[in-house]
Design a protein around this ligand. Structure first.
Ligand code: UD1
Length: 431
């Protein structure tokens, strides 16, 4: 298994181009199952997660063609025919969001057998809202031995679905399923994340009729068939936010490009409140910090446009060196503080109690060997390492490779001392 070694202390100066959003790309790839024509995605990130999903889609009948275009990586997905409606456990467990093939498979073939994704390290993460939505749209669902057996012998029918609480995945799954259902579907209490808007834009280019994405009420008028389309994946706001925090942690001046400051406004306000400089630009944001110590600020994670849970671990790393005490409350996922004990190995002073972590800023962190526990947690350890004295070695970086493209290269280009230590081929499977 590879590890990442960081020698702390270097200030960052330079530019980091932000990639296409992992969390959008994987839903857009799934949308390709809805048509027998090619879906051409540009601004594609190249990540372990997109590779896992590519393997699953190929198994179902897709031809996945990855290429380098003039403006970056592109993927063309073409599924002339669904050759199998079976998504096995081995593939679904590698990446939870692959569960979202269920709805499109039912929509296209009338039946599917898809493994339940199983638990993962950041909480129970059930899929009850997904299944309820599909049932409301007319699917008959049976669960046996870890698999969902779904059928819609009489086809899918538009319906009103009111989610009891906001779920990004369930909103996307319902959209992906309802676009080919007969009649109108109304999703209430829908997630408003930018990736939902991106999915709706792409589906509409394919001929779907989706209105209201980005608001809590989404209306979908079903169509008989969808066509191919060309679509650029939205910028990765979590990657942008991560490097914004990294720059604030290490100090210096970093320009993030190919992104949008408005998508990470909740984070930028907190970075400013802590005392770093933030300049919003036409194609991203510039983060500046001179030698002055940051101040502790509190955060509460929330649904968009609130503070993203996927940036919580990174912000906690930033607060380990701030002056004073920061209270970090996690409202989206239970058990999402697994990075706290690892940060403590570097000398951080953190107390976790339920959904709340208290971080008392220390004078310095000291490099140590630490272990990545999930995708976003792993990058928080890299961020801490950027400002720690000496060398930090982060193990299990396959977590990191799931969601961050060329991380060492991007940070290295700004002067960070980060290198990958190649190891044996280890398991690439997890949440
Ligand atoms: C997506 C993102 C993830 C992000 C999260 C919240 C992807 C691939 N992942 O995850 O990076 O952290 O949104 O912004 O896009 N829940 C249920 N039942 C369900 C579905 C969800 O109880 O059927 C719960 C979850 O356990 C969690 C909460 O709802 O506590 C929100 O989860 P959800 O918004 O669905 O997150 P994901 O779509 O899994």
């Amino acid at each position: 298994m590879d590890r990442i070694a960081i020698v702390g202390g270097a200030r960052l100066h330079g530019e980091i181009p932000i990639s296409g959003a992992k969390n959008s790309a994987i839903k857009l790839m799934t949308a390709s199952l809805l048509t027998e024509e090619p879906l051409h995605l540009t601004n594609m990130p190249r990540l372990a997660d997109t590779r896992f999903l590519g393997t699953l889609l190929t198994r179902l009948g897709a031809i996945v063609d990855e290429r380098e275009g003039p403006a970056g990586s592109e993927t063309i997905l073409h599924t002339p025919e669904i050759v199998s409606s079976f998504a096995p456990y081995d593939l679904v467990r590698q990446m939870r969001a692959s569960f979202n093939v269920l709805g499109p498979l039912i929509a296209r073939t009338g039946q599917a057998k898809v493994s339940l994704p199983g638990g993962c390290t950041i909480g129970a993460r059930p899929v009850d809202l997904h299944l309820k939505a599909l049932e409301t749209l007319g699917a008959q669902i049976d669960l046996h031995e870890g698999y969902v057996y779904a059928q819609a012998p009489r086809g899918l029918k538009g319906a009103e679905i009111e989610f009891p609480f906001v779920s990004v995945g369930a909103t996307e799954h319902a959209m992906l399923t309802a676009v080919l259902a007969k009649g109108e579907t109304v999703l209430k209490n829908a997630a408003c994340e930018p990736e939902i808007v991106d999915l709706a834009d792409c589906l509409n280019k394919m001929g779907a009729r989706v209105e209201g994405a980005g608001t809590p009420v989404i209306r979908i008028t079903g169509v008989a068939r969808l066509s191919g389309a060309k679509h650029a994946v939205i910028t990765d706001r979590i990657e942008a936010g991560t490097y914004a925090v990294a720059a604030a942690m290490a100090g210096g001046e970093v320009r993030l490009t190919n992104t949008r400051a408005d998508l990470i406004e909740a984070l930028l306000l907190k970075i400013e409140e802590a005392g770093a400089g933030v300049e919003r630009t036409n194609d991203g944001v510039i983060i500046r910090r001179n030698g002055a110590r940051l101040k502790a600020v509190d955060i509460d994670t929330g649904v968009y446009p609130g503070f993203a849970t996927d940036l919580q671990a990174q912000f906690m790393a930033l607060m380990t060196l701030a002056e004073g005490e920061s209270v970090i409350r996690e409202h989206i996922f239970e058990n999402r503080f697994m990075h706290a004990p690892e940060l403590a190995r570097l000398g951080a002073d953190i107390t976790v109690s339920g959904g709340e972590a208290r971080v008392r800023g220390v004078e310095y962190l000291e490099g140590a060997q630490v272990m990545a526990t999930d995708l976003r947690a792993s990058v928080s350890l890299v961020i801490a390492g950027l400002a720690a004295r000496g060398e930090t070695v982060v193990g299990r970086v396959y977590h990191l490779d799931r969601g961050f493209e060329r991380l060492e290269e991007k940070l290295g280009a700004c002067g960070a001392n980060v290198r990958r230590i190649k190891g044996d081929a280890g398991p690439e499977t997890e949440d």
